[in-house]
Design a protein around this ligand. Structure first.
Ligand code: P6P
Length: 341
């Protein structure tokens, strides 16, 4: 029946977004317009990523971003695509992008009541070798909608105040995972239609996993609790004596996508080299933590819920351990026992 339904009732991303609007009493469809604009941006970037090798868009763009990372051509293309698509939606007042130092304030007549924080092309260091990369986004509604007065007070807020979040992974296919606070739905881009079609109507992360995902190259810098957790994964302590598998792509979207579907844990801990971890709170930690929680998993800094962080700057970082509920709780227990943050 599932196939028949798909052929006769193709639930595309746009149709699904509308169903979410119908569940929100009094909604006027503005978030619907905004989410569709993000979907269009993802289709454009998906097309650019697929053509990059042929269109000479691989390699460096010759500039660097606020992170001091070399910007690859596709980074810049993706950033411009989303800035234009979001501005044109007429629903945004502030944009925060990994690729720009400062917030972008949208002026009339294009200004709306939503703040979008996004990483236009995360994992871009992997582009030249064809490894999956992705777009990550999170959305807040302005504290005073319609007031015409917007500031960083609308941005530096805990992730619990996000109204929607998601990612699009450009891999073997292009997959989008999205939440508006009522669970997680997954879509696959059908290139013959140019539409994201629903393939995972209600994503539920397994409560326990047997995959751990962490950059073991940093092991010398880890805190005792992280070291202990990884040792026990290898010893099979948490899996009736059968060691876990290590899977680490080095592209957050790919590592989180696998964790959401297969279970397990993804970690980017703070360590001596990166005292606050590496991943960015607003447009990496919060959206992924929101999705994982909505899929029944957990996300922690090691000692507190990721979504309760109050960011102190738009490019601030935080440690993250996210995934299957039982795996994250093991880390939190070890952190308590060793008294380490
Ligand atoms: P490392 C990619 O540059 C990224 O921001 C994330 O996508 C990824 O999870 C992380 O950095 C990988 O970092 O230090 O392991 O290479």
């Amino acid at each position: 029946e599932a196939v028949a339904a798909a052929e006769t009732d193709p639930l595309t991303l746009s149709a699904w977004i509308l169903t979410q609007q119908h569940k929100s009493p009094g909604a006027r469809g503005r978030l619907t317009v905004l989410l569709n604009a993000i979907g269009v941006g993802c289709k454009f970037v998906s097309s650019a990523v697929r053509r990059a090798g042929l269109a000479g868009m691989m390699g460096m763009a010759g500039s660097s971003n606020v992170q001091g990372e070399d910007q690859k051509k596709l980074d810049l293309v993706a950033n411009e695509v989303f800035k234009n698509s979001l501005r044109r939606s007429g629903q945004c007042c502030i944009l925060i992008t990994e690729e720009e130092d400062e917030p972008i304030f949208i002026e009339e007549p294009f200004r709306g009541d939503y703040i979008v924080v996004f990483d236009p092309l995360d994992g871009s260091s992997n582009i030249d070798c064809g490894v999956s990369v992705g777009t990550i986004f999170g959305i807040y509604k302005a504290k005073n909608p319609g007031s015409g007065k917007y500031s960083l007070d609308d941005v530096l807020r805990p992730g619990t105040e996000m109204v929607a979040a998601g990612y699009c992974m450009y891999g073997s296919m292009s997959y989008m995972m999205i939440t508006t606070g009522r669970g997680v739905a997954g879509f696959t881009l059908d290139p013959t239609l140019g539409e994201f079609v629903i393939t995972h109507p209600n994503v539920q992360i397994p409560t326990k996993g047997n995959i751990y995902s962490i950059n073991e190259g940093n092991a010398a810098n880890w805190d005792p609790a992280t070291k202990k957790y990884v040792e026990e994964c290898k010893a099979g302590t948490y899996n009736k004596g059968k060691p876990y598998s290590l899977r680490y792509v080095g592209s957050m979207v790919a590592d989180v996508h696998r964790t959401l579907l297969y279970g397990g844990i993804f970690c980017y801990p703070a360590d001596k080299k990166s005292p606050k971890g590496k991943l960015r709170v607003l447009y990496e930690v919060f959206p992924m933590a929101f999705l994982v929680e909505q899929a029944g998993g957990k996300s922690t800094t090691g000692t507190s819920r990721s979504l309760e962080i109050v960011p102190d700057s738009i490019h601030g970082r935080a440690p993250i351990y996210l995934g299957s509920k039982e795996e994250v709780e093991l880390i939190e227990k070890l952190k308590k026992e060793c008294g380490c943050a």
